[in-house]
Ligand binder design. Structure first.
Ligand SMILES: Cc1cc2nc3c(=O)[nH]c(=O)nc-3n(C[C@H](O)[C@H](O)[C@H](O)COP(=O)(O)O)c2cc1C
Length: 152
C-alpha cells in the first residue's frame, strides 16, 4: 500500500481550492485530484472523498469553482485542506471574491466556474465530470503538488 501511494505521488498534479456554496455560506476544500478531460466543451474531472462536506455540497448544488493555487499559496492550501466545513467556517479566514455565485480565492493563478454534467462513485471517492462555463487566468506560476510538504 505504501509503495502504491508513493507511485501515485509521482503523477504530476497541481493544488486547487474547490469553492462551493450552500444558501448564503461558502466552503473551501483543497484538492489535488483534478484533471482535464475534454476540449469541446472544455471540461475537467474532479475527485473528492465521499466523506467530505464538499462532496455533499457539489452533489446538492451541481456546481463548484476551482481556484488554481499559485506558487507560495501553501497557507491557503493548509487552511482549506485540514479542517472540514462541517464543523468550521473556513470562509472566515480566506480572502475571496464571488463569481457566478461561487467563491474564488484571491491571488490564484487562475479560476474556473464548473457545472457538473456527470458523476461516478468510484470506491471511496466521487468523480465529478464538469464543464467550465467561465474562467480567468493570470501569468502566475501554478503550485505543484508535493504530498510530503502537506502530509509529512
Ligand atoms: C494539499 C492537499 C491536497 C488534498 N487533496 C485532496 C483530494 O484530492 N481529494 C480529497 O478528497 N481530499 C483532498 N485533501 C483533503 C481535504 O482538503 C480535507 O479533508 C478537507 O478538510 C475536506 O474539507 P470539507 O469537509 O470541508 O469538504 C487534500 C488536502 C491537502 C492539504
Amino acid at each position: 500500500m505504501a509503495d502504491k501511494l508513493k507511485c501515485m505521488d509521482t503523477i504530476s498534479q497541481g493544488v486547487f481550492i474547490i469553492g462551493t456554496r450552500m444558501n448564503e455560506t461558502y466552503n473551501f476544500m483543497t484538492d489535488a485530484f483534478v484533471t482535464q478531460v475534454s476540449f469541446n466543451p472544455c471540461s475537467i474531472a474532479l475527485s473528492v472523498d465521499l466523506s467530505h462536506y464538499t462532496a455533499k455540497l457539489i452533489q446538492n448544488q451541481g456546481q463548484f469553482s476551482i481556484s488554481v493555487l499559485a506558487e507560495g499559496q501553501e497557507l491557503e492550501a493548509k487552511n482549506c485542506g485540514y479542517p472540514s466545513g462541517c464543523d468550521f467556517d473556513k470562509a472566515k479566514r480566506m480572502k475571496y471574491q464571488i463569481e457566478q455565485n461561487l467563491p474564488v480565492i484571491d491571488g490564484a493563478a487562475s479560476y474556473m466556474i464548473c457545472k457538473v454534467k456527470q458523476s461516478v462513485v468510484y470506491e471511496d471517492h466521487i468523480v465529478f465530470f464538469a464543464e467550465i462555463v467561465e474562467g480567468e487566468y493570470t501569468d502566475k506560476k501554478p503550485m505543484i503538488y508535493i504530498s510530503k510538504k502537506f502530509f509529512p
